[in-house]
Design a protein around this ligand. Structure first.
Ligand SMILES: Nc1ncnc2c1ncn2[C@@H]1O[C@H](COP(=O)(O)OP(=O)(O)O)[C@@H](O)[C@H]1O
Ligand SMILES: O=c1ccn([C@@H]2O[C@H](COP(=O)(O)O)[C@@H](O)[C@H]2O)c(=O)[nH]1
Length: 252
């Protein structure tokens, strides 16, 4: 599919009009394996940012999973057996998540924790995230917490058929998250599916745009990308400022 123009290459920087908040925060919710990460990756790619080195990136993606809280020894044992509920809002370090998003909104450089799905633990070192023009936060419960939900300037919900999600989750969790089929199905039926219905699905109503079929929905993704580009397109007055100075104070 042809894309009109790619932000960050020939086009001016994504700093935008005075009335467009910077960074522009986009929340991307949806059930497990619905394609949230894939949709974000496509948006980033179509904004011409996929190949940009992290320090200079104007668009970046954060996963809510980075903010899973540290478990106590008893919880950790349950996690190993597939009996800890990672789909419940209590599984997250909401204070850290909210504080980090506030810092991002204030254009601060932050450290995003790195979460290891195999060990169910946060790694010792996180990832540095520099101020960006567009920040996407994807996760099953990004619209659940009102303080977080209210921070987003655009809210997307990826709506993929549950059978498709389960089959993708099985393949992914075996390949990438060190699981066996029996534990995946046990966790899914006892915890993941009920929590999806109780906590995630009811947040669909907060979405500005619902994306059926996830990353396969190129029409929806194109429209969203065009909208972001339109919002971020500098006016003539701003264009002069871009040519003479960086608005970000970040190395290129
Ligand atoms: N449209 C698609 N077609 C085939 N596989 C897909 C598609 N979208 C996502 N996947 C695969 O499904 C799994 C979950 O996708 P992902 O984007 O990580 O979902 P989420 O972030 O919602 O968990 C991944 O292994 C991914 O490669
Ligand atoms: O240690 C863990 C942490 C999380 N999970 C599962 O991950 C998904 C959320 O990630 P998606 O990429 O959105 O699928 C959630 O459903 C948890 O059950 C896990 O299994 N183990």
């Amino acid at each position: 599919m042809a894309h009109s123009h790619q932000v960050g290459r020939e086009s001016p920087r994504l700093n935008g009009l005075e009335n467009v908040p910077r960074p522009f925060l986009i929340g991307v919710a949806g059930g497990t394996a619905s394609g949230k990460t894939s949709v974000c990756a496509k948006i980033m790619e179509q904004l011409g940012q996929a190949a940009v080195e992290s320090r200079s990136r104007q668009v970046c993606i954060i996963s809510q999973d980075a903010f899973y809280r540290n478990l106590n020894p008893e919880e950790h044992q349950r996690a190993i057996r597939g009996n800890f509920n990672f789909d419940h809002p209590d599984a997250f370090d909401t204070n850290l998540m909210y504080k980090t998003m506030q810092d991002i909104a204030a254009n601060k450089t932050v450290e995003i924790p790195t979460y290891d799905y195999v060990t169910h633990k946060r790694e010792d070192t996180g990832q540095v995230l520099y101020p960006a023009d567009v920040v996407l936060l994807e996760g099953i419960l990004v619209f659940y917490f009102p303080e977080l939900r209210d921070m987003f300037h655009m809210k997307l919900f990826v709506d993929t058929d549950p059978d498709t999600r389960l089959s993708r989750r099985v393949l992914r969790d075996i390949k990438e998250r060190g699981r066996d089929l029996e534990k995946i199905l046990h966790q899914y039926t006892s915890l993941v599916k009920p929590a999806f219905e109780e906590f995630c699905l009811p947040t669909k109503k907060y979405a500005d745009v619902i994306i059926p079929r996830g990353a396969d929905n190129t029409v929806a993704i194109d429209l969203i990308v065009q909208h972001i580009q339109e919002l971020m397109r500098p006016n003539r007055q701003n264009r002069r400022r871009y040519n003479s100075e960086s608005l970000v104070g970040r190395p290129h």
